[in-house]
Design a protein around this ligand. Structure first.
Ligand code: TYM
Length: 331
């Protein structure tokens, strides 16, 4: 079976609609046909300041949301990054193969470091994409399902794999990003030209999987639209309405045109009300199942450790080969 690898940072109290649509809902579909690895990337999360107790909680909560949304731990290897030391070890090796200029061109680093300022920007944030490359390459992944914002990082991963292979001999499979066109980027409800993100200035445009229904409904009812009053998909002229239509379409599996037809001649309020129901239908069961999973911590931890053992076995195999290739003595 071909291999997929993907991950999310446990850096918020809840995943958001962009994570769900751009990544998680694809993963659950793909786990049937692939040997799938889904990682909670807690080493990535600490590239910006985290509260320790919260980080531990959020790591479990992120894993619980994966399962609640349909990742089956019996089919997929769902594990925590810090359970597998090879990630940090391979990242070090790849650091030595990455050009300083090459890493400086990563746009997400430029954005984030601008937001945090030079003094609070860590070197870890700078090398973040290289750790991500290590994640992917350790499992010899063929496909990496992600949202649009990760495209450049997967490109870097490919470059590093090719570089290593040509310098030291065939070692890594060169992965492909899989970025679904319609769902690659879900936008902030208040600022529909910016991607929905946990680091947005306000949470008013951020739909969280674990928020109660009334909070989400309010945010959807207040979503920014436009003055022309027509319910029609047009990303350029009508970014707000188009974003709502995309979300509606993805969550119901319906064509955009059928939704446009249903709402022809009706107001934005009707569309928003219907969308709030669709979102609630999707998230209510995820929320309930997440709560159940978090109520039995011991069982969740046991699941994660077992998956970590499997991940360790595979990752260690790749790392051994890497060490041999470059002449690092092993223990
Ligand atoms: P993270 O935690 O920021 O986001 C997790 C996933 O959600 C996608 N995503 C979105 N998709 C559509 N619309 C949005 N508004 C939106 N916001 C986020 C992201 O593209 C991502 O797929 N660096 C990664 C985590 C990572 C990783 C990896 C991913 C670490 N190692 C190896 C794949 C493979 C990140 O920060 O994702």
């Amino acid at each position: 079976k071909p291999v997929i690898f993907s991950g999310m940072q446990p850096s918020s109290d809840s995943l958001h609609l962009g994570n769900y649509i751009g990544a998680l809902s694809q993963w659950t579909r793909m786990q049937e046909e692939y040997d799938a690895f889904f990682c909670v990337v807690n080493l990535h999360a600490i590239t910006v300041p985290q509260d320790p107790a919260e980080l531990a909680e959020r790591t479990r909560a992120t894993a619980a949301q994966y399962i609640a949304a349909g990742i089956d731990p019996a089919k997929s290897t769902l594990f925590v990054q810090s359970h597998v030391p090879a990630h940090a070890e391979l990242a070090w090796v790849l650091n030595t193969l990455t050009g300083f200029g090459e890493a400086s061109r990563m746009t997400q680093f430029k954005d984030k470091s601008q937001r945090y300022g030079a003094d609070t920007t860590s070197v870890g944030l700078f090398t973040y994409p290289i750790l991500m490359a290590a994640d992917i390459l350790l499992y010899q992944a063929d496909v990496v399902p992600v949202g649009e914002d990760q495209r450049q990082h997967v490109e870097l991963t490919r470059d590093l794999a090719n570089r290593f292979n040509s310098r030291f001999g065939e070692t890594f499979r060169v992965p492909e990003a899989q970025i679904q066109r319609e769902t690659a980027k879900i936008y902030d409800l208040q600022e529909p030209t910016a991607k929905m993100s946990k680091s947005a200035a306000t949470e008013a445009g951020l739909i969280k999987v674990l928020d109660p229904a009334n909070v989400t409904r309010k945010k959807i009812m207040r979503a920014v639209t436009d003055a022309d009053g027509e319910i029609r998909f047009d990303r350029e002229a009508k970014p707000g309405v188009s974003n709502l239509l995309t979300i509606f379409s993805v969550l119901t599996g319906r064509e955009l045109s059928s939704i446009e037809q249903e709402f022809a001649g009706r107001g934005y309020g009707d569309l928003k009300k219907a969308l709030a129901e669709v979102v609630e239908e999707t998230f209510a069961p995820v929320r309930a199942r997440t709560e159940e999973l978090l109520a039995d911590r011991a069982e969740l931890d046991r699941l994660l450790l077992a998956a970590g053992d499997r991940a360790n076995e595979i990752a260690a195999r790749t790392l051994d080969r890497v060490y041999d290739r470059i002449g690092l003595l092993r223990r």
